[in-house]
Design a protein around this ligand. Structure first.
Ligand SMILES: [Zn+2]
Length: 113
């Protein structure tokens, strides 16, 4: 596995999940939009990665989804944040804030030469 793929799998995958939960908290998200949003943020995410992620978050009970059947067979699946998903997001936000402060402290202690 090349370095980028390794970083994606080991670390950024978690970022993408947080990102999905965050946007689902603002309103329903659809896969295609989420894909573009992640790419906007500079992440190299493919549909083959994103769609299984959405499915997994749903399986954990953090998202739920529905399809508007009146919009025909090509209607997009909409993902909504559940109450359990909100709890996950709250916890992750706290931890992320903590990590962010830690990282900033480290930079001050050990300035680059
Ligand atoms: Zn975003």
């Amino acid at each position: 596995m090349d370095t980028n793929a390794l970083i994606n799998k080991e670390i950024l995958l978690g970022f993408w999940k947080i990102h999905i939960l965050h946007h689902a908290a603002e309103g329903p998200v659809v896969g295609q939009w989420m894909l573009q949003e992640l790419q906007h943020h500079g992440y190299n995410v493919s549909p083959g990665t994103l769609y299984p992620l959405l499915k997994r978050l749903e399986k954990h009970g953090w998202l739920r989804s529905e399809v508007d059947s009146e919009r025909g067979p090509k209607a997009p699946r909409r993902y909504y944040l559940t109450a359990a998903g909100h709890e996950v997001l709250d916890l992750v936000e706290r931890q992320l804030g903590e990590l962010q402060r830690e990282l900033q402290t480290q930079v001050r202690k050990f300035p680059p030469k």
